[in-house]
Design a protein around this ligand. Structure first.
Ligand code: ADP
Ligand code: MG
Length: 326
């Protein structure tokens, strides 16, 4: 049975960047305003995240890592109006099956923090009191230590770190009121955004001034279709070879090949060849119109019904875009 759990866990967590994405979302859910990340060896030796959110109560340590245990979903119907990132209670459980997991946390009601480690979803011993500030520190060590094949299939630590850094960059831009810091152990911060910032400022910090000063803001809202689009894009060539596409749907970082192709198509129609822009797109749709449950990593989103309606907007002309400004 343990092997089955491990395989299932490997589906949810395919590489260090997936684990980190889950952990970042777990920190955003309890309203952290500061998130600090530390990584060793591309995340394989260490992934650590510290937040200043509401914390985990000592009595909840017993169950936080049990599969399908979540504090976020109350009724099945809630699935259609999920406002938190987490809802399946799978991330911590999965991580505990394929890594050494330690949680340190303090709520505002406790006088000290508590720390415990977890193996295969189970709390080891009882949480021990330690010093600490309000919030949570999740430490993930030796990811895939018991999955040698998976470990071998990964890219180099440098490339895995690159993927981690992309995830952090995107979340920092989309959640610009939260301060993010990412570093490799021993090094200085690679990414550092202040709390109470804004998307443009964070794009400047992370992707540089060349892109930031070319940004064009756009927003589009439709009450009948119940959707909102907001974002920034550039018209100029961006130094990397391909389209830099940051896509959030209902605040989830997702991949959507069809939408990406569509954006690429628009650019290749209106711009000279080989112009690869930077596009940051945030879509808010009626949660009933999309399925975020299609893949264990929650990384892909499917659109339900109304597809044709959205397609009308694929060809929308510039003057339909409200708040278009340079
Ligand atoms: P989910 O996010 O789907 O609920 P997870 O396995 O990611 O499931 O987390 C399990 C539970 O652990 C969460 O529902 C939450 O109660 C708690 N938790 C995890 N990370 C944090 C954190 N950084 N701060 C506070 N609570 C947390
Ligand atoms: Mg979660």
């Amino acid at each position: 049975e343990e092997v089955i759990n491990r395989i299932a866990a490997g589906e949810v967590i395919q590489r260090p960047a997936n684990a980190l994405k889950e952990l970042i979302e777990n920190s955003l859910d309890p309203k952290a305003t500061n998130i600090q990340l530390m990584v060793k060896n591309g995340g394989l030796k260490l992934l650590q995240i510290q937040d200043n959110g509401t914390g985990i109560r000592k009595e909840d340590f017993e169950i936080v890592c049990e599969r399908f245990t979540t504090s976020k979903l109350r009724e099945f119907e809630d699935l259609h109006k999920i406002s938190t990132y987490g809802f399946r209670g799978e991330a911590l459980a999965s991580i505990s099956h394929i890594a050494h997991l330690t949680i340190t946390s303090k709520t505002k009601h406790d006088i000290c923090a508590y720390q415990a480690s977890f193996v295969d979803s189970k709390l080891q011993g009882t949480p021990k009191p330690v010093a600490g500030n309000q919030g949570t520190i999740i430490t993930v060590e030796d990811l895939f230590y018991n999955m040698t094949v998976r470990k071998k299939a990964l890219r180099s630590p440098a490339e895995e770190y690159q993927k981690i850094s992309e995830v952090v960059s995107k979340y920092a831009i989309h959640n610009s009121t939260v301060g993010f810091a990412l570093k490799k152990s021993g090094d200085n911060n690679d990414i550092r955004t202040p709390p109470e910032s804004n998307a443009v400022e964070n794009i400047r910090i992370i992707y540089g001034n060349t892109i930031a000063r070319e940004l064009i803001e756009f927003s589009l809202e439709s009450t009948p279709f119940k959707f909102k689009v907001h974002g920034y894009m550039t018209n100029v060539n961006y130094s990397t070879k391909k389209l830099q596409f940051l896509l959030f749907i209902n605040h989830r970082l997702v991949d959507c090949q069809s939408l990406k192709k569509c954006v690429d198509h628009v650019y290749s129609t209106y711009l000279p060849k080989n112009m690869h822009p930077f596009v940051y797109l945030s879509l808010e749709l009626d949660p009933g119109d999309i399925d975020i449950n299609v893949h264990p990593t929650k990384h892909e989103v499917h659109f339900f019904k109304r597809r044709t309606d959205y397609r009308k907007y694929h060809n929308c002309s510039r003057d339909k875009i409200v708040g278009f400004k340079q």
